[in-house]
Design a protein around this ligand. Structure first.
Ligand SMILES: CC(C)(COP(=O)(O)OP(=O)(O)OC[C@H]1O[C@@H](n2cnc3c(N)ncnc32)[C@H](O)[C@@H]1OP(=O)(O)O)[C@@H](O)C(=O)NCCC(=O)NCCS
Ligand SMILES: O=C(O)C[C@H](O)C(=O)O
Ligand SMILES: [Mg+2]
Length: 532
C-alpha cells in the first residue's frame, strides 16, 4: 500500500454506537480525513466560483459554450473505456439507500440500481450511516430484511449492478467537522462507500461505480478526477478503476459537456440527462431573465424545444467520445387503479420511446412497477445491441446556445400555482420528517422536483407574472394562497396526519424561501438545519 499520512483532524458530533463502529472504523476515518484535508479547500473555491458565474448571469449575460477550449472540442479523443458489467444499462432503477428498497431495487427487472444518498434521501445522520451498512451488506450478498408482517426480503441470484450516487458538492455533512467546519457530504459518502466495498466489488468482477450529481463546471469534474486518482494511488489500484456517470442536470454544465468528459476521461463512462434538476437549474440560473420564466410545471415536458435540444446534444457529445448517454426519470408512478395505471404506463412508454428514438443508451425509473413496460421499450429500440453508442447524430444541425436557452411555451395558471404550493409544502414536510422521496398526487417527488415547484413561484413573484385568470403574482397573493392551500392539505390528509406532522415548520420554510428577495440556492440547505 502506498505511503500516506494518517491524520485525525476530524471531529464527530455523534457518539459512536454499533452502527457507527461498523462504518467509521479507524481505517475508514483515516481515509476520509485524508480526502477532506486534501480536497475541501478546492471544493470551497469551486462553490465560490459558482457564485461568480451566477452573478454575471444575474447581471444580464447568458450562459454560453466556452471559447478557450476549442482543442478539447475539436480533437479526436475518447474516454478510457466502459467495464463489461456496465456495457448494457438500458434500464436503471433509482431509490434511497433504505434496507428494504435496496433489496427490492437490486431484485427488480433492471440492469443497474442507482443507490441514492442524494435527492431521494433526507440525509439525517442515522440514514447516511445505515445507508452505508445497507450497501455494504448488499455487496457482501448478506443483506436481508423482515417487515412487520414477517415477510423476509433477500437478494435473488444475479442482482442489478450497483452504482452509488453521492451528495452534491454544496451539501455539508454537519456531524463531522474539519477545522470547525462541516465537511463536504460528497466526500463522506464517497470515502465510506469506496473504503468498505471496493475489494468486494472488484472481486466479483464489478467495481466502485458512482453517479455524480449537480456538477456545474468542468473544473468541478476535474476536482472529482483528483479525488478518484488520489484514491486509486492510495489503494494501489490501476488508473480508471473507479468509474463515474455524471448527471448533466444544471444549465451551466450543458455548455461544458465535452470538457467534463475530457477532464474525467479516465473515469467517466457516461452522462445522464437529469431532467428535474435541469429544469430547476434553468429557473435558478436565469432567475433574473424575465423573458425566460417557465410556465406551469406540467407544461415543462421533454418535447419542449429547450429540453429536446439538451437531450440531443448530450447524446451527440457522449457518443462521439464513446461514452453513454443516459436518459432521465419519468416521475409517474404506478397506480393501484387499473385504468389510471394504464394511463400512467402509456405516458411513461411515450416518454421512454422518445428517449430511445433520440439515441439514449438507457433510462431511469423510480418504481419497480414500471420496469417491464420500460424494458420492453428499450428492448425494441436496441434490438440485439447492448446500447446505442453507434448512434452518432453526426448529421444533425449543430445545437446552438439559443436553442438550449429558448423560452418554454405554456400558461401560468392559478391551479398550477396552487399545485406548486401544495406539492412543495408536502415535500418539505416529508423531507424534514426524514423522508426524501414521496408519492404526491401520483408523481414521485424528490428534492429536484420540489425545487421546481418552489422556485417557479419565487420567479413568478420576482417578475410579477400574470396568471391566466388576470391576477398578478405577488408576495401577498402567494401568502394568501399558502394559507388556503394549507387548509386543503389538512382536508386531504385528515386532521390526525396533519397535526402529527411538521406542517407548520414546512409552511414557515416555504414562506421564507419563496418571499425572500434573494433566491435560496437549495431548499435542502435550510432544510438540513431541521433534521437530526
Ligand atoms: C415514489 C415512491 C416514494 C413511491 O413509494 P410507495 O408509494 O411506497 O410505492 P409502493 O407502495 O407502490 O411500493 C410497492 C413496492 O415497491 C417498492 N418500491 C417502490 N419504489 C421502489 C424503488 N425505487 N426501488 C425499490 N423498490 C421500490 C416498495 O418498497 C414496495 O415494496 P413492498 O411491496 O415489498 O413493500 C418510491 O417509489 C420511491 O422512493 N422511488 C425512488 C425515487 C427516486 O429514486 N428518486 C430519486 C432519483 S430520481
Ligand atoms: O433526482 C432526480 O429527480 C433525478 C435526476 O437527478 C433529476 O434531477 O432529474
Ligand atoms: Mg437530480
Amino acid at each position: 500500500m502506498t505511503q500516506h499520512a494518517i491524520t485525525t483532524e476530524l471531529a464527530f458530533s455523534q457518539p459512536f454506537g454499533s452502527a457507527e463502529q461498523q462504518i467509521l472504523t479507524d481505517g475508514a476515518v483515516d481515509f476520509l480525513s485524508e480526502l477532506v484535508t486534501r480536497f475541501t479547500p478546492r471544493r470551497n473555491e469551486l462553490l465560490a466560483e459558482r457564485s461568480l458565474v451566477q452573478r454575471k448571469i444575474d447581471n444580464g449575460e447568458l450562459p454560453d459554450f466556452i471559447s478557450e477550449t476549442t482543442s478539447i472540442k475539436n480533437d479526436n479523443w475518447k474516454i478510457r473505456g466502459i467495464p463489461a458489467d456496465l456495457q448494457d444499462r438500458r434500464l436503471e432503477i433509482t431509490g434511497p439507500v433504505e434496507r428494504k428498497m435496496v433489496i427490492n431495487a437490486l431484485n427488480a427487472n433492471v440492469n443497474v440500481f442507482m443507490a441514492d444518498f442524494e435527492d431521494s434521501l433526507a440525509p439525517s445522520w442515522q440514514k447516511v450511516i445505515d445507508g452505508q451498512i445497507n450497501l455494504r451488506d448488499a455487496i457482501a450478498g448478506t443483506i436481508s430484511y423482515s417487515n412487520e408482517a414477517g415477510k423476509i426480503y433477500q437478494l435473488k441470484p444475479y442482482p442489478a449492478v450497483l452504482v452509488c450516487r453521492v451528495r452534491g458538492l454544496h451539501l455539508p455533512e454537519k456531524h463531522v467537522l474539519w477545522r470547525g467546519e462541516a465537511i463536504p457530504g460528497s466526500l463522506f459518502d464517497f470515502a465510506l462507500y469506496f473504503f468498505h466495498n471496493y475489494q468486494a466489488l472488484l472481486a466479483k468482477g464489478s467495481g466502485p461505480y458512482f453517479y455524480l450529481p449537480k456538477t456545474q463546471s468542468f473544473q468541478e469534474a476535474a476536482w472529482w478526477r483528483g479525488v478518484f486518482s488520489y484514491t486509486e494511488d492510495r489503494f494501489d489500484l490501476p488508473r480508471g478503476t473507479i468509474k463515474a456517470t455524471l448527471l448533466i442536470e444544471t444549465l451551466p454544465a450543458v455548455f461544458q459537456m465535452d470538457e467534463i468528459l475530457y477532464h474525467l476521461r479516465d473515469h467517466i463512462v457516461g452522462l445522464n440527462c437529469g431532467r428535474w434538476d435541469y429544469i430547476f437549474s434553468y429557473i435558478k440560473t436565469l432567475k433574473n431573465h424575465g423573458d425566460r420564466v417557465l410556465p406551469d410545471r406540467q407544461s415543462v415536458t421533454m418535447d419542449q424545444g429547450f429540453l429536446d435540444a439538451y437531450s440531443r446534444l448530450l447524446i451527440k457529445t457522449c457518443h462521439r467520445r464513446g461514452a453513454f448517454a443516459m436518459g432521465g426519470m419519468a416521475a409517474f408512478i404506478p397506480s393501484k387503479e387499473p385504468e389510471r395505471n394504464e394511463w400512467v404506463l402509456n405516458k411513461v412508454r411515450a416518454d421512454k420511446q422518445r428517449e430511445a428514438a433520440n439515441g439514449h443508451d438507457g433510462t431511469w425509473i423510480a418504481h419497480p412497477g414500471l420496469a417491464d413496460a420500460v424494458m420492453a421499450v428499450f428492448n425494441q429500440a436496441l434490438g440485439d445491441k447492448p446500447n446505442q453508442l453507434d448512434v452518432l447524430r453526426e448529421n444533425d444541425t449543430p445545437i446552438s446556445a439559443q436553442q438550449l436557452l429558448q423560452p418554454c411555451e405554456g400558461e401560468r395558471t392559478e391551479a398550477g400555482m396552487r399545485a406548486n404550493i401544495r406539492v412543495a409544502v408536502q415535500y418539505i414536510e416529508a423531507w424534514i420528517s426524514g423522508n426524501g422521496c414521496v408519492p404526491i398526487y401520483g408523481l414521485m417527488e424528490d428534492a429536484a422536483t420540489a425545487e421546481i415547484s418552489r422556485t417557479s413561484i419565487w420567479q413568478w413573484i420576482r417578475h410579477q407574472k400574470t396568471l391566466t385568470n388576470g391576477e398578478t403574482v405577488t408576495r401577498a397573493l402567494f401568502s394568501q394562497m399558502l394559507a388556503e392551500e394549507m387548509r386543503v392539505i389538512q382536508e386531504e390528509l385528515g386532521d390526525q396526519r396533519f397535526c402529527q406532522g411538521r406542517f407548520d415548520d414546512a409552511a414557515r420554510l416555504m414562506e421564507r424561501i419563496t418571499t425572500e428577495t434573494e433566491l435560496v440556492e437549495f431548499l435542502t440547505l435550510p432544510g438540513y438545519r431541521l433534521i437530526p
